[in-house]
Design a protein around this ligand. Structure first.
Ligand code: B12
Length: 322
């Protein structure tokens, strides 16, 4: 550990290691990113490799370097915490979400990583990073797309970067407890907007639930077979489009039927349509609807875990609708 800290304390090596936090880099990419001379970069990399801090992998003719273990990354973050007086440290989460959105549509993953890492260092909870920075940034991306300021490629780029940033946030947020219950989360068939459902799924996992994330565009039969196989206590479905409403209503009807044979699960619906026609989903058999992760984590999950009577009801932003 001491030798690890000694290496990190050396500014040029730290510059290289910090750059590798955003992903594997070749020597020439590291030269561009750090402005160090090529022989210096190669020399530092050789030493860092010898000491087990960096590993090399060959793709075609090119050699890529990356951090050797999660401990190296954790040490870098710890070092950085005390060291760096970051210009962003006083920025509000809203400013950060906008900065993040701009960086994401430009494909500047290093800048996105920097914003996210800073929030991790400041111990901002996962729910706030997800909701107030990443989800909010994606809302900006949507607005820019709508006014044709960006194209579909940039929208995809921002989504893919955001998925990787979410993995990063989860990586540094250890599970807090073990609820020993199972949840199944997925998007109804036709819905490819999976970031929201994945946020809910990550949060559930950290809340100690065994969580099975089925991803985007899940056919109703696949939802049902996963439910029959894993016996979840909670089923969470994301629906974004009007066109997907008949499909989810069909799924809710099937779930109601199966419930007679296998009671014991709670059903929640979220996503854009859950804000537009929440009552319809509750009438069709959902136990609750939620507009976002914040409301789900603060208002709904505690009720489920506390054994609240079902249905729990319709929630809009931060309040229950009676
Ligand atoms: C990114 C994005 C995409 C990506 C999705 C990538 C991915 N892996 O998810 C791609 C490029 C694939 C895509 C495709 C399309 N999209 Co799109 N997309 C967006 C965008 C920009 C952001 C969505 C997002 O990820 N937000 C961040 C997440 C975290 O927020 P969220 O999904 O709302 O989830 C939160 C809550 O809803 C809730 N939640 C969600 N699910 C669940 C489930 C449960 C159980 C619970 C409790 C809570 C919950 O919690 C989450 C966190 O708070 C929006 C713009 C916008 N304003 O939303 C448009 C948007 C949703 N897309 C739209 C459209 C039209 C499309 C396309 C038809 C064409 C297109 N524009 O490319 C296709 C259709 C694909 C399909 N069949 O699903 C429209 C939808 C309009 C509508 N409702 O009819 C929007 C609003 C853009 C617009 N203004 O036109 N899209």
């Amino acid at each position: 550990m001491m030798s690890l800290l000694r290496e990190i304390a050396e500014p040029s090596k730290r510059q290289i290691l910090m750059e590798l936090r955003s992903g594997p880099r070749s020597v020439s990419e590291l030269v561009d990113a750090t402005s160090l001379k090529q022989p210096n970069v190669s020399n530092h990399l050789a030493k860092l490799r010898n000491r087990g801090l960096v590993k090399a992998s060959k793709i075609g003719r090119q050699v890529y370097y990356s951090l050797a273990t999660p401990e190296v990354e954790a040490a870098l973050i710890g070092f950085d915490r005390g060291e760096e007086e970051d210009s962003q440290s006083n920025a509000s989460l809203d400013d950060l979400s906008k900065q993040y959105a701009r960086a994401a549509i430009a494909g500047n993953e290093a800048a996105c990583t920097k914003i996210v890492d800073q929030l991790i260092r400041q111990s901002v909870p996962l729910v706030r990073i997800y909701q107030q920075v990443l989800a909010e940034a994606m809302r900006y991306v949507g607005k820019w797309y709508e006014v044709e300021a960006i194209d579909v490629g940039q929208e995809h780029l921002a989504s893919a970067i955001t998925e990787r940033m979410m993995a990063r946030v989860v990586h540094f947020a250890p599970p807090t407890r073990n609820a020993a219950k199972t949840a199944i989360v997925g998007c109804v068939a036709g819905n490819y907007h999976s970031l929201g459902a994945r946020m809910i799924s990550d949060f559930m996992r950290l809340a100690g639930w065994k969580t099975l994330f089925l991803g985007p565009n899940v056919p109703n039969e696949s939802f049902l077979s996963a439910i029959k196989e894993h016996h979840p206590s909670l089923i969470l479905i994301s629906v974004a489009f009007e066109g997907d409403v008949p499909t989810i209503l069909g799924l809710l009807a099937q779930l109601r039927e199966y419930h007679h044979e296998n009671p014991g699960y709670t059903i929640g619906v979220g996503g854009r349509m859950a804000e537009i026609i929440p009552e319809e989903f509750v009438r069709a058999g959902a136990d609750f609807t939620a507009p976002n992760l914040m409301v789900f984590s603060e208002e709904i999950l505690p009720r489920i875990e506390g054994g609240a009577n079902l249905p729990i009801g319709v929630f809009t932003n931060h309040k229950k609708v009676d």
